[in-house]
Design a protein around this ligand. Structure first.
Ligand SMILES: Nc1ncnc2c1ncn2[C@@H]1O[C@H](COP(=O)(O)OP(=O)(O)O)[C@@H](O)[C@H]1O
Ligand SMILES: [Mg+2]
Length: 355
């Protein structure tokens, strides 16, 4: 277990700058999830931490040790990839034991550790099988067992569940989290799946185009997004982000939205703004807390079984609401909707949050 620190890491591939100055501190024993869309630099960051790539600028530290230019084998890390690289010609036991044998760990100790890892991943009964006799989920368990058997200081995972079917993915993500809790290893986990990130992370680093946009616990990045990118990336359906006009006067601000007006008891800067509200925070009954009310028309209702997605029209503005309750009226009806003041987020057109 160790803390991992990236300081001003820049990585270029020819004319592409994949990482534009990454600063990140991963605490000892925590799960840090790197979350972001494809191509934002997650894998490159992980490979630099692993020592598989060298940064063009910046430093990587494990604890006090500068490991920037150390090869992977001198870093005491393990890595699990999306394509579970288990060796087809080796039985499960040999697959898990392999990294220990390379390190010339004594046979008896190898047996003890393989047993330990196999028990943790509940694959004790599969040790005698070949990978082709396993399901995808079982093969991925073998890959994870092989990664933890060396008792690494840092466990790196790059979209390890994305080759599994949806049901198995849901089960494995909580198992990986439980496993990390039991072993206590520092883990850096890459995914583009925001739900997976919310479940697994102690903290999430949201990335976009080679930069970190925000780092924080899952609830914080969800409730308190630093900018429109983070606001829009987390949540499903994603946060409503609509253009509006702010008119401050005497300690409060009127925000003109659709044909309506929201009054916020704070003086904001005037001009174009972006108002954000999460679909599940659009309410159809007035809440007891401070809130605003808006008139809307129900444009369309999607019934997803447990959830209903309700498309609302406020003048020219479209909003998406999500509720587990019955829709407040049929398509075409006029309704009143409510948003608690603390659920209203306001951003500059450039994306930074101002409220
Ligand atoms: N070996 C490479 N050669 C050239 N470009 C690369 C290489 N690896 C990554 N890139 C580029 O760097 C950017 C970040 O890639 P990557 O870290 O793989 O993103 P992610 O894992 O978030 O999808 C992308 O634009 C990608 O095309
Ligand atoms: Mg990747």
């Amino acid at each position: 277990m160790v803390e991992v620190r990236l300081q001003g890491v820049v990585k270029r591939f020819g004319r592409t700058t994949a990482l534009k100055g990454i600063n990140l501190e991963v605490r000892d024993g925590e799960v840090m999830v790197l979350l972001g869309p494809s191509g934002c630099g997650k894998t490159t960051t992980l490979r630099i931490i692993a020592g598989l790539e060298k940064p063009d600028e910046g430093r990587v530290y494990f604890g006090d040790r500068d490991v920037t230019f150390l090869p992977p084998r001198e870093r005491n890390i393990s890595m699990v990839f999306q394509s579970y690289a288990v060796w087809p010609h080796m039985k499960v036991y040999e697959n898990i034991a392999f990294p220990l044998k390379i390190k010339k760990v004594p046979e008896q100790e190898v047996r003890r550790r393989v047993k330990w890892a196999a028990e943790l991943l509940q694959i004790e009964d599969l040790l005698d099988r070949y990978p082709h006799q396993l399901s995808g989920g079982q093969r991925q368990r073998v890959a994870v067992a092989r990664a933890i058997v060396v008792e690494p200081e840092v466990l790196l995972m790059d979209e390890p569940l994305s080759n599994l079917d949806a049901l198995l993915r849901v089960r494995m993500r909580s198992e990986i989290k439980k496993l990390q809790r039991r072993v206590g290893v520092t883990m850096i986990y890459v995914t583009h799946d925001q739900t997976e990130a919310m479940v697994i992370a102690d903290r999430i680093a949201v990335m976009s185009e080679g930069r970190i946009m925000q780092v924080g616990p899952p609830e914080e990045v969800y409730e308190d997004p630093a900018n429109t990118f983070v606001a829009g990336f987390l949540g499903s359906p994603s946060m409503n982000l609509v253009e509006a006009e702010a008119r401050p006067s005497g300690g409060s601000t009127a925000i003109l939205l659709g044909h309506g007006e929201i009054r916020i008891p704070k003086q904001l800067e005037g001009g174009r703004v972006i108002v954000g509200v999460r679909p599940e925070r659009i309410l159809f009954k007035p809440p007891s807390e401070d809130h605003v009310a808006l008139e809307a028309e129900i444009d369309f209702i999607e019934n997803l079984g447990s959830d209903k997605i309700i498309h609302l029209r406020l003048g020219d503005t479209l909003l998406v609401a999500k509720t587990v309750e019955e829709p407040p009226g049929p398509q075409g009806s006029r309704v009143r909707v409510y948003v608690r003041l603390r659920d209203l987020k306001v951003f500059r057109p450039s994306g930074e949050r101002i409220l």
